[in-house]
Every structure is written in structure tokens, then in C-alpha cells.
Design a protein around this ligand. Structure first.
Ligand SMILES: [Zn+2]
Length: 71
């Protein structure tokens, strides 16, 4: 089977705010990854790298935090 059935959410577009210029960016997130996700994304406006930290709680609520990558 190649088609994914939409039985539960396994991916999502999340919003994060650039810590340098304040622009809101979106990034696709793979929710099949367990636990905390921590990665670097470049702002689409100012191209500066932001550190994105994503955590899920037991109810699959998504918490997104962005930080300056050079902090
Ligand atoms: Zn920016």
C-alpha cells in the first residue's frame, strides 16, 4: 500500500516566529517522530537561522518555540 490513509494526523504545518525580523514562518513537521524535535530553520524573509524546538504532550498538543540560533 502506497497511499497513506488519513486515520490520524501524522504531519502538520506549524507556525514559528523569526527571532530576528519577527516574520511568521511555516514549517512542515513530521509527527511520527517521537519526543522532542529540535532543528534549525532559515527564515524565508531574512534568511537567518532560527532554532525550532517542538514538543508534544500526552494529548498530542503541539508546543513550538523558536530561538535565535546564535544565542
Ligand atoms: Zn526573519
Amino acid at each position: 500500500m502506497s497511499n497513506k490513509e488519513k486515520m490520524q494526523t501524522t504531519d502538520e504545518d506549524i507556525l514559528w516566529t523569526c527571532q530576528y525580523c519577527g516574520e511568521v514562518n511555516t514549517v512542515w513537521l513530521d509527527l511520527t517522530v517521537d519526543g522532542k524535535q529540535d532543528f534549525i530553520e532559515d527564515c524565508r524573509i531574512c534568511c537567518r537561522p532560527n532554532r525550532i524546538i517542538v514538543a508534544l504532550d500526552e494529548s498530542n498538543n503541539i508546543f513550538v518555540e523558536s530561538r535565535p540560533s546564535d544565542e
